[in-house]
Design a protein around this ligand. Structure first.
Ligand SMILES: O=C(O)CCC(=O)C(=O)O
Ligand SMILES: [Fe+2]
Length: 275
């Protein structure tokens, strides 16, 4: 397995492994270690079938089934993002996936099925690099804080409850997912590194602060954590796979391709409770 880093903060291209073949124990360990170290891995020319994508994701843990996004017709654990069937604007904002549950995903495996000729790039930012760039007094302020994360923030009814079936699914998703609380700074369970764990997608407020203080602090943290020096940007070719550590990153999917057809498949691995 060859690893080529893309930026000082985050991201690496992995070559020399084929995710369509069964990975031996050593290759699995190398991949898991690379994920923790580089936070997002890119593999070219993989052309994964949904079954294979599910099996690769399962090497990292149990899989999560999304309460709102549609599932692949054959594989329930693979969700489909299809620009001709869905309005994908909700991913065009910095977010960490599914932080609205008690045990947010450890990571995701995203597979590009069909991509526009140009545009549709995805960006990832390192929450560890963003945390490490803060001053010591600021880190001390954040250490004791927790924040609320709410599914309602990224999934407004106007876009996800258009048909009767969608509305029923949407109402159930909201009922099943009351807001949850996570520390503002989390310690990565494998590397032990600290990282910011708030993002614009789902974080609504900092629990211990007044509304005005929380708004100001979150605005700062969202802007701070997504500066170009903390991120990597990937231009997709069909067949590419990205695997990201969702405990130490956030991401942003550019919706700049108009009516072009873009189809992505995602498998989501459950993680542990952030501490
Ligand atoms: O479509 C993409 O590039 C990423 C969308 C996204 O946010 C996700 O799959 O979690
Ligand atoms: Fe996402």
């Amino acid at each position: 397995m060859k690893i080529e880093r893309l930026t000082p903060a985050i991201g690496a291209v992995i070559s020399g492994i084929n995710l369509n073949e069964t990975l031996n124990a050593e290759a699995q360990q190398d991949l898991q270690a690379a994920l923790v170290e580089h936070q997002v891995l890119f593999l070219r020319q993989q052309f994964l079938e949904a079954e294979q994508q599910r099996d690769i994701a399962q090497l990292f843990g149990d899989l999560h089934i999304h309460p709102i996004y549609p599932a692949h017709e054959r594989v329930a654990e693979v969700m489909v993002l299809d620009s001709h069937k869905q309005d994908l604007r909700d991913n065009e904002l910095w977010h960490t996936d599914v932080t609205f549950i008690q045990t947010p995903p450890l990571g995701c495996v995203l597979s590009a099925q069909q991509v526009p000729e140009f545009g549709g790039d995805t960006l990832w930012a390192s929450s560890i690099a963003a945390y490490e760039a803060l001053s010591e007094p600021f880190k001390e302020l954040l250490a004791g804080l927790s924040a609320s994360h709410d599914i309602r923030k990224s999934f407004p009814a106007t876009r996800f409850a258009q048909t009767e079936a969608d509305a029923a699914r949407f109402e159930k998703a909201k009922r099943d997912h009351p807001p949850v609380s996570h520390p503002v700074v989390r310690t990565h369970p494998v590397s032990g590194k600290k990282g910011l764990f708030v993002s614009e997608g789902f974080t609504t407020h900092i629990n211990e602060l007044s509304e005005a203080e929380s708004d100001a602090l979150l605005r700062f943290l969202f802007a701070h954590a997504t500066q170009p020096k903390f991120h990597v940007r990937w231009h997709w070719q069909a067949g590419d796979v990205a695997i990201w550590d969702n405990r130490s990153t956030q991401h942003f999917a550019n919706f700049d391709y108009g009516t072009a057809h873009r189809i992505m498949h995602r498998a989501t691995v459950l993680g542990d409770k952030p501490v």
